[in-house]
Every structure is written in structure tokens, then in C-alpha cells.
Write a protein that binds this ligand. Sequence first.
Ligand code: ADP
Ligand code: MG
Length: 440
Amino acid sequence: MLGDKILEMLKEEIPQKEYERYIKNLSYDEKSSKADLAVYIAPNIFIANWVKNRYTQKLSHLFETHTGIKTDIKILTGKKEVIKKETKSAEPQTPSTTSTKINPPYTFENFVVGSSNQFAYTAALSVAEKPGKVYNPLFIYGGVGLGKTHLLHAIGNYNIKEKTVIYATIEQFMNDFIYHLRNHNPEGFREKYRKCDILLIDDIQFLSGKDKTQEEFFHTFNELHTEGKQIVLTSDQHPKKIAGLEERLKSRFEWGLIADIQPPELETKIAIIKKKCELNRIELDEEIINYLAANMDSNIREIEGVILKLNAYSTLVGQKITLDLAKNVLSEQKKDQQKNITLQDIVQVVASDLNVKPSEIKSKSRNRQIANARRMVIYLARTLTPNSMPALAQFFGMKDHTSVSHAMKKVKELIEKDADFKLKIEELAHKIKSNASEQS
Ligand code: ADP
Ligand code: MG
């Protein structure tokens, strides 16, 4: 095959070690390739990135000299596809996947406590110790990757031996409900969700707009609550702020205790990284730990991802994890993340947060609130995407880039002067990035 032949040709041009370590592991994906596109599958992300960074040009050049056609090179990791396939086949009509199992490592012992999460941690622990007796429901809310799911599972793990515990995301709850309805067995559903001792429901914000499921959840809630059974819920926002949620549910969610989780401070981030290294038996120098904590966003899931990547990479090439390697992996990660952020996503996030319409942001309205939202979108777009000022001007239908640079200046001033404004911008950036990393 041509793709393989090209690799053989590349072999002649590069050090043998490089070939053995990276190139040899690629397989040519004939199905996805075209006359002007060559697709290779790498066994993992490290090899993929390595080849992408070092050999794309060479490969492209070899193709062109061989076929006379200018060829783009794409290096994919096989893993992603495999995962996709697995999740697809794991969506059968049977409800066995509807409430996932409690994840054993998500315990209170493994949860690092700092001032950002102390309140939620303490509340969760009290509920775990005395289910149904202290706060009912317990409602935990906060941004992506800050430990909400971890705390839910911790409550589950704490009680799993003595009590009937159900953990489900609200989507699983919904799917389960629909499944039982279709099979004319709503009783089976009720038997399950209304007869447990502890009901842990994750990401309740996705109830929004789902009227039938809200109705069912309302009754589930009431029955459990009357029986003194513990209910714990999580969400990305305070119940009051969840749009499309019935008032009667909102008010019930406020009956017990509402606890928020904030992004971790630097020391907590460092402690969490150390904990993750210990649990995964990974050795990282103090210098690297500090670097990661200082240069990464507060999404712990992402930080964990980078640690695991670093470790896998160093195992793969049989080298110690160095600061340079950490810097490389981090910058790759940032680039990958940027790819997933579109201007439309930014408009969407800012619009919904500031309560204006997306179309208004792109309009020429001089209304103060809209103009403010527009400036924020411009600033976020400049800092989170590779778009140039002229490109942004075009996107907003502005005459030229001076309006963009004016908006940038204004936002920078506000960030300097106004602490609340600065916080808002950080929060929005965090949300946009989290959305993007969920997609990747
Ligand atoms: P959320 O549900 O808020 O999006 P998760 O609970 O899934 O976040 O947390 C993401 C990852 O970060 C998990 O692996 C979790 O163990 C870890 N994590 C978050 N906060 C902490 C913490 N305080 N201590 C230890 N691990 C944490
Ligand atoms: Mg979660």
C-alpha cells in the first residue's frame, strides 16, 4: 500500500531509533485516506503528537513527490474510535447500565480538603454518617471537574455495605424511566428508585425542560423524603439558577442544605496533584507539581489527565518525567483544547450567563448590557481561540479591527480595576474551556 511505502521511504531519512519508536507503530488507514489526504493511526496520543509535530511535513512532502498530489497528513489515535464504539454498544435497550456502579477509589479518604471545598466535603460526610437525619436533600453545586461526582460516590462508598444505594446521573434516571414505560413496567422503575435508602443523582441541571421526567422525579423525591431516605443531588449551578426547572422542584431542592464547591486554591491544587500521584504510583518532582498547579486551570479532571499522559509517555519512552516534558504535554493539551472552542460556543456561554440573546451580541445594539456582553465575547475569543482581530471584526460585522482592539482595551482595563468583573471573566473562560474539553 502507498501509505506503508511512504513510511518505508521515511525510514531512510530519519534516525533508526525514531523509526523504531514512533513510525513503525503507525498504521495506514486506507479507508479514510483520499488522493489528497493520508490518514495514519497511532497507538496512542503521545506517538500521535510526536509524529504530528515532527514528521507531518516530511510525510506530506514524500507523498507529493511520489504522487504529484499535494497531500494533507492526518495522524489519529486509534483509541478514540475504540472508545466510541464501546460506548455505542454499551447503550443497549436493557437498563443494566442505567445506574452505574459506585466507583471504589472515590472515597472521602482520597478527597483532598481545602477551603474551596471544605463546606461541601463536611456536609457530604455528615450525610454519609447519618443518612436521612441531618440535611435532606443535600444539594452540591459547582463548576466542572471540581469533585462533585467524587463526593457523591464517597457517600455511596461509605454506606454501600449496609444500605441500598443508588447512584445515577439524571440522564440515566431518565433513560431508565423511558425504558420501563416502553416495557409497560413503571412499577419496576418505582420499585427501584423509591425503595432505596440513599439516592444519589448527578448533574441534575439536565432535568431542565424534561417535563415528564421532572414529574416522575418529583414523586420519587417526595416519597423518599417522606420516608426519611437520603437524597443527594449535584448540579453545575444553584437550583435557583437552573432554567427550565419547575418551581416545586426548585423549592424542594432548597429544603435541606445547599453547598457549593469553588475552584481550588493553589495549595489545594498542589495537594490534589500529590494525592493523585500517590494513588497512581507516579513520581513527579516538586518543581513539576508546582508548575502544573500554577499553569493549569482548576478543572481537576484535566490536571489528572495531564499527569496520566505524562506518566504513560515516560513509561513509553523509558525516560524520567522532566519539566520540559511537562511543558510540552501541557502546551499540546492547550492547543487541543483551543481546537474545540468555536466563536459560537463563546457567544452562547456569555449570552446565557448575562441573560442576553446570542443574536443581540452579534447585533450593533448599543444597549449597555449587550455592549458589555459583546466586549466580553471579543476578549474571550481573542484569548481562547487563535482568531485574529480582523477575523473577529468580520465575525461581528464590524468595519475593521479597531473596534475589536478597542473592546480588548476596555476589558483589560475593567479586569485591572474591577475584581468582580475579573472573576466573571475567569468563570466564563473556565466554563468555555470545560465545555470544550468535554467534547474532546
Ligand atoms: P465534577 O463531578 O465536579 O465535574 P469529579 O468529581 O468528576 O468532578 O472530579 C474530577 C476528578 O477530579 C476526579 O478524578 C476526582 O477524583 C478529582 N478531584 C476533584 N476534586 C478533588 C479533591 N478535592 N481531591 C481529590 N480528587 C479530586
Ligand atoms: Mg460530575
